[in-house]
Design a protein around this ligand. Sequence first.
Ligand code: GRF
Length: 199
Amino acid sequence: MSPRKLAFMASGSGSNFENIVREIQAGRLEADAAILICDKPGAGVLARAEKLKVPAVLVDRKAHPSKEAFEAEIVRRLEESRCDFIVLAGYMRILSNEFVLRYWGRIINIHPSMLPAFPGAHGIRDAFEAGVRETGVTVHFVDTGVDTGPVILQRKVPVEPGDTLESLETRVHAMEYTLYPEALRLVLTGKVTGLPPKV
Ligand code: GRF
């Protein structure tokens, strides 16, 4: 069987994207990095894609009259790429229900907390400010909620005495770089399967 094609969607620096692509290029993850779709002009992930020679497109929300038109362009690009899975790597927009249902069980996300604790855009900061003694990282399938889909892998990261937000962030990101490739390996080898059938 030829390697499964991954489409990445990202808005930011792209360190998870780069880490996964390096795993693929080193032969440690059997997959094809088919395309990167980025919604943020100038985002660091675009430069990383160029460096890693992964085809990349910018789909700018501001260049589209509506969320529907914007997502339709993303869908067009995804269909063109013939991807098997969509890997969200710091994609900072909420996907519409239509989008999630179209790719049901094929969208994977990483979130920097032990979900269901601290969902949303600031998982690390919210955990730090809440003063918890441990937080973590979750990789999960995307359903129509925000950070609510079934967990593929989850691992704790302790909050150490004397931690600053920055030092905690560094440790959480390091865990992300271990956990995301591991979780993708489980999905790509069929050891973990997607969401229950759509109802
Ligand atoms: C990561 O912390 C990820 O968990 C969250 O967004 C961040 C993306 O960072 N969803 P990067 O762009 O991969 O460096």
